[in-house]
Design a protein around this ligand. Structure first.
Ligand SMILES: Cc1cc2nc3c(=O)[nH]c(=O)nc-3n(C[C@H](O)[C@H](O)[C@H](O)COP(=O)(O)OP(=O)(O)OC[C@H]3O[C@@H](n4cnc5c(N)ncnc54)[C@H](O)[C@@H]3O)c2cc1C
Length: 389
């Protein structure tokens, strides 16, 4: 019989980091992933590390730990995460005032510089000066998130961890205890199971009768092949509508409920932005759309043309660049950082999911989580874990 200390479900950035940290604590760990070719939020991510965005003691500490961790992660994992530090340029709409928008950033660990149109265009020559009233500049970190997940997985395998590519269909339950999982092919037993399945976590939990405050949006973005055009910064809007959509998600789904898997598009937003990776490829985005069925089919043709139009206004050279529209689910929660910890009244099952600023917060939290389950003190996990329900 296959018996593990821990089963981790999902090999995106959260599951890969957590599997690595758990195996570092000498646990016998199985990482289960449904796709042999990754097709998830980690693959399509911009890769930004918003370590400056802490507004509370907890998020300030995690931001600091996160950037310090990323600065040495390639060396620790012996695999290139493509970490670098560069400017994040937050564009202000032509009708907005940068000084007014900057007030929304007043509580962050690092306050942005306010740039006028000329300064913004000097920093990012691809910007259209007629489309903005100025910009905010922040120091940002950047990684290739999929290469980082792979580096975690390789280091995990070297530590004796096991990865199996099978879809988890069900949690195995004996009374009030989760004792493993049933996949499309096998049954695996474990003392503990942790859910890192991104936007699909909620469905697996619901099927096991476990309610959770994990939600998701459908994201649409454009990926391009490597290009000679050079984007110097990461460009995003200073007023991001995604956060407003996430804050309204519960209200918008009040009637339909989250677990009826409706295809209807309840609302969608478009935050126009662009990022370039070290190989010269770009990611242009992004639309976030709310539909409670994780398999809802979005109109990618319409989405692609909307992204191209809006990105093309701000960064005219990128609007028509060759590329393909991709979709994925992005999990989120209405909690401060993530849904992390054990589940109330059911033993053997843990959640590590729904992160905000996932790429900067999840790696240090994976370390804290592994320390905590190994019996060491972790005030941070104690604070986040209130017997997740
Ligand atoms: C366009 C875009 C830009 C972004 N930019 C940033 C950014 O700049 N900074 C930032 O911090 N975040 C950003 N994000 C968000 C961030 O990328 C995600 O929050 C993060 O990658 C989620 O990681 P995850 O491991 O939770 O989920 P995922 O990467 O979605 O991984 C979940 C995995 O679980 C697997 N799985 C699901 N169900 C099962 C099952 N039943 N059995 C087995 N396996 C299963 C899936 O196949 C998948 O591989 C961005 C996202 C997008 C889409």
């Amino acid at each position: 019989m296959n018996i593990y200390d821990w089963i981790v479900i999902g090999a995106g950035i959260t599951g890969s980091a957590l599997a690595y940290e758990l195996s570092k604590k000498q646990f016998k760990v199985l990482l289960l992933e449904k796709d042999t070719i990754a097709d998830n939020a980690t693959v399509y991510s911009y890769g930004g590390l918003a370590y400056w965005s802490g507004t509370t003691e907890l998020t300030r500490q995690l931001g600091q730990e996160g950037i310090e961790l990323h600065r040495q992660l390639s060396a620790e994992l012996d695999g290139d995460t493509e970490f670098r530090e560069l400017d994040l340029l937050l564009t202000c709409d032509r009708n907005d005032h940068p000084e007014t928008i900057a007030k929304n950033y007043a509580n962050f660990t690092i306050k942005p510089d306010i740039l006028d149109i000329k300064q913004a265009c000097e920093l990012e020559p691809l910007l259209n000066p007629n489309a903005i009233s100025g910009a905010l500049r922040l120091p940002h970190g950047h990684i290739h998130s999929q290469k980082t997940a792979i580096a975690y997985q390789q280091a995990f395998l070297r530590q004796g961890g096991k990865i199996i590519y099978e879809r988890v269909d069900q949690l195995l339950q004996e009374g009030e205890t989760i004792t493993g999982v049933v996949t499309e092919k096998n049954t695996y037993h474990s003392a503990n199971t942790v859910m890192c399945a991104g936007g699909l976590s909620r469905r697996l939990l619901t099927d096991a009768g476990i309610s959770s405050k994990i939600y998701f949006t459908h994201s649409l973005l454009i990926r391009t092949p490597p290009t000679d055009i050079k984007l110097s910064t990461i460009v995003m809007p200073a007023v991001q509508q995604r956060f407003t959509l996430e804050a309204r998600a519960e209200e918008l789904t009040k009637e339909s409920g989250w677990d009826n898997y409706q295809d209807d598009l309840l609302e969608s937003i478009l935050d126009a932005g662009a990022v370039q990776f070290l190989d010269g490829s770009l990611c242009l985005g992004q639309i976030s759309a709310l539909a409670t069925n994780p398999e809802a089919k979005l109109d990618t043709e319409l989405g692609e043309s909307a992204i191209r139009k809006k990105v093309g206004i701000i960064l005219p050279m990128l609007g028509n660049i060759a590329g393909t529209c991709e979709t994925c689910l992005v999990a989120f929660t209405n909690r401060e950082v993530a849904v992390v910890g054990n589940v109330k009244n059911i033993s053997g099952i843990y959640l590590f999911n729904g992160f905000t600023s996932t790429l900067v917060f999840a790696p240090p939290l994976a370390k804290h989580f592994a320390n905590w389950v190994a019996g060491e003190n972790s005030e941070i996990i104690e604070q986040l874990n209130c017997g997740v329900e």
